[in-house]
Write a protein that binds this ligand. Structure first.
Ligand SMILES: C[S@@+](CC[C@H](N)C(=O)[O-])C[C@H]1O[C@@H](n2cnc3c(N)ncnc32)[C@H](O)[C@@H]1O
Length: 470
C-alpha cells in the first residue's frame, strides 16, 4: 500500500499510450501507478514502498572497501590506478562470507575492470575467470594476473635497453585530438610517450615482459600530462609534469619490487576474456567454462560514466583504437550506463512477464517529468537500456552459477536532476524475479551526489544465492 501522502499527490501527466485505463478507485487512490508519470518526489516514495520487504542490512562488514583507494599501496594491484574499482579487501571479505561450495571453487567476474576480483581469488588459490569489454581494462587484468610469469631481471634489463634505444623524434601521433594538444602534453611529451612505446615494441623479450612494460607506460599518463581522470571526465589541471622516461622508470621499478615481494605467494589459475557480459556464452565460445561457485562483480554504475572516453588515451596509445569509427563502435558495445551515444533499444524487461514489477518501476522513473539538470532528454533511454542490460547479465550469470553458489553485485544508486534511482533495489528485484534467492542487500556506504552535496546515495552489496537443487 502506498503511503497516504504519496497517494494524495497528483500525477503531473498521464503518458501511457499502450495502457487502456487510468482510473482512480472509489477511495480516490490511484488504481495502477504504472499509468502515471510521477514526479521525482513521488518516485522516491514509490522506491521506498518497493523496498519495504527487502532484506536491507547495515553494518561495518564492507567498511572502506567500496573504493580502489587502498589498492594503491598493494603489490600488483597498484600497477594502474583504476578509480572505478573496489578494494581487494572487499573480495577477501566476500570470499570469507560467501565462499564457493568446495565442489565448485571457480570464481567469475564478468566486469573485471582492473582485475581486483581475479587477483584476490588467485591469492586464495581459487581458479578465476574475468570478462571485460574495454580492451585496455582487459589488457590490464591480463597483465596483472600474469605477474607470476614476469621475470623481474628480464624486465629490468629490457627497461634499460628501451631507455637507451628510444628515439626522441616527432612521431606520427594518432588522430585523437587530445594527443595533439600541447597544453595537455607539454614538452612534446605525447611524442616521447609514443617513442617509448615504439622502443618497447621493437625489443625481443618474453611477451609477459613486453606487456608489463606497455602497461607501465600506459600508467604514466597522469604523470606526463596535465590530464586528470575525474569522475566521468578527463579534466585539465595546470600542474608540473615529469618526462615520460622518468615516469616509466619509476613505474617499472615499482613493478620489479612488487615481483620480488610476491615471489613465493600462491597463485591460482586465471583466464581473462575480452567480451560482453550480456552474452557470456558467446564470450566463452569454444571454451566450456566451469560452473562458478561465486560470481562477484561491480557493473558500470548508472552515472553517465563512459569507460571508452575516460581511458581513451591509453586505448589509442596501445593501438587498441586507431580511428574515431572504431572508438564509436566500442562505445556502442558497452553497457548502456551513459548517454554518450545512441544505443539500439531492446525490450527485455517489457517482454518478460516475470520482470513486470521491475519493468513498471523503470518505466515510471523513465516517464518522470521535469527532473531538470539536463537529464530529462537523455535519462529515459539510458534507464531503459541500463535495466534491460542488468536483467540480461543476471540471466547469463544464472546459467553459469553452480547450485548453492552466490552472485554478489556491488552497485551504487544515483541521482539525475531531482530523480533518485534505487539501482540496488531494482537489481535485487530482478534477481529474485529470475529465480535467485535474495540473501541480503548490505549497505556498504553512503556517498553524496556529485551536484547536491546534501543528498546521500547508497552503495550496496547485493547478495543472491542459487538453490542447491537447481
Ligand atoms: C565498475 S568497473 C569494474 C571494476 C572492477 N570491479 C575492479 O575492481 O577493477 C565496470 C567495468 O565494466 C566494464 N564493462 C562495460 N560494459 C561491459 C560489458 N558489456 N561487458 C563486460 N564489461 C563491461 C567497464 O569497462 C568497466 O571496466
Amino acid at each position: 500500500m502506498l503511503p497516504q501522502q504519496f497517494l494524495n499527490e497528483t500525477a503531473e501527466e498521464v503518458v501511457a499510450p499502450d495502457e487502456t485505463s487510468n482510473q482512480t478507485n472509489p477511495t480516490g487512490r490511484v488504481a495502477d501507478v504504472t499509468l502515471l508519470a510521477p514526479r521525482a518526489a513521488q518516485m522516491r516514495r514509490i522506491f521506498a514502498e518497493a523496498e519495504c520487504d527487502l532484506p536491507f542490512r547495515r553494518g561495518n562488514a564492507f567498511k572502506g572497501m567500496l573504493t580502489f583507494t587502498d589498492n594503491a599501496e598493494e603489490p600488483i594491484h597498484r600497477w594502474f590506478y583504476y578509480k572505478e574499482g573496489y578494494s581487494r579487501r572487499l573480495v577477501k571479505q566476500v570470499l570469507n562470507l560467501y565462499s564457493p561450495p568446495p565442489e565448485y571453487p571457480a570464481v567469475l567476474d564478468p566486469f573485471c575492470g582492473a582485475g581486483t576480483t581475479l587477483l584476490e581469488a588467485q591469492a586464495h588459490s581459487y581458479p578465476a575467470v574475468g570478462v571485460e569489454l574495454n580492451p585496455f581494462a582487459a589488457f590490464l587484468s591480463q597483465v596483472k594476473t600474469s605477474w607470476n610469469k614476469i621475470n623481474p631481471e628480464q624486465l629490468a634489463r629490457t627497461l634499460d635497453n628501451v631507455l637507451v634505444k628510444a628515439k626522441n623524434t616527432n612521431t606520427n601521433l594518432p588522430e585523437l585530438t587530445t594527443l595533439h594538444n600541447t597544453d595537455y602534453f607539454p614538452h612534446r611529451n605525447a611524442h616521447k610517450w609514443f617513442n617509448l612505446k615504439d622502443a618497447i615494441l621493437q625489443r625481443r623479450c618474453a611477451p609477459e615482459v613486453k606487456n608489463a612494460l606497455l602497461l607501465a607506460l600506459a600508467s604514466t599518463l597522469e604523470d606526463i600530462s596535465r590530464l586528470h581522470k575525474d569522475g566521468r571526465l578527463l579534466r585539465y589541471l595546470t600542474r608540473d609534469v615529469i618526462s615520460p622516461r622518468e615516469a616509466l622508470r619509476c613505474r617499472v621499478e615499482e613493478m620489479i619490487s612488487d615481483l620480488q615481494v610476491m615471489a613465493d605467494k600462491p597463485s591460482g589459475s586465471v583466464s581473462v576474456f575480452r567480451g560482453d557480459a550480456r552474452h557470456l556464452e558467446k564470450v566463452f565460445n569454444g571454451h566450456k567454462p566451469p560452473k562458478f561457485g561465486t560470481i562477484l562483480y561491480s557493473p558500470p554504475y548508472l552515472n553517465n560514466f563512459d569507460y571508452s572516453e575516460i581511458y581513451k588515451c591509453e586505448l589509442w596509445l596501445l593501438g587498441m583504437l586507431n580511428s574515431y569509427d572504431q572508438w564509436r563502435r566500442l562505445r556502442q558495445s558497452t553497457f548502456r550506463s551513459h548517454p554518450s551515444c545512441r544505443f539500439d533499444s531492446t525490450s527485455y524487461l517489457k517482454d518478460n512477464s516475470a520482470l513486470r514489477e521491475v519493468y513498471r518501476l523503470v518505466e515510471q522513473a523513465a516517464r518522470c517529468p521535469n527532473i531538470g539538470n539536463g537529464a530529462q532528454e537523455t535519462l529515459p533511454d539510458v534507464l531503459r537500456g541500463y535495466f534491460d542490460d542488468v536483467a540480461m547479465t543476471l540471466q547469463e550469470q544464472i546459467k553459469l552459477l553452480a547450485p548453492g553458489g552466490h552472485i554478489i553485485c556491488v552497485v551504487g544508486n544515483s541521482k539525475h536532476g531531482a530523480l533518485h534511482i534505487s539501482t540496488d533495489t531494482l537489481i535485487a528485484k530482478t534477481g529474485k524475479a529470475l529465480g535467485l534467492n535474495l540473501v541480503e542487500i548490505y549497505v556498504g556506504k553512503y556517498r553524496y551526489s556529485r551536484k547536491e552535496k546534501k543528498h546521500k546515495l547508497r552503495e550496496s552489496v547485493v547478495v543472491f544465492r542459487k538453490s542447491d537443487d537447481v
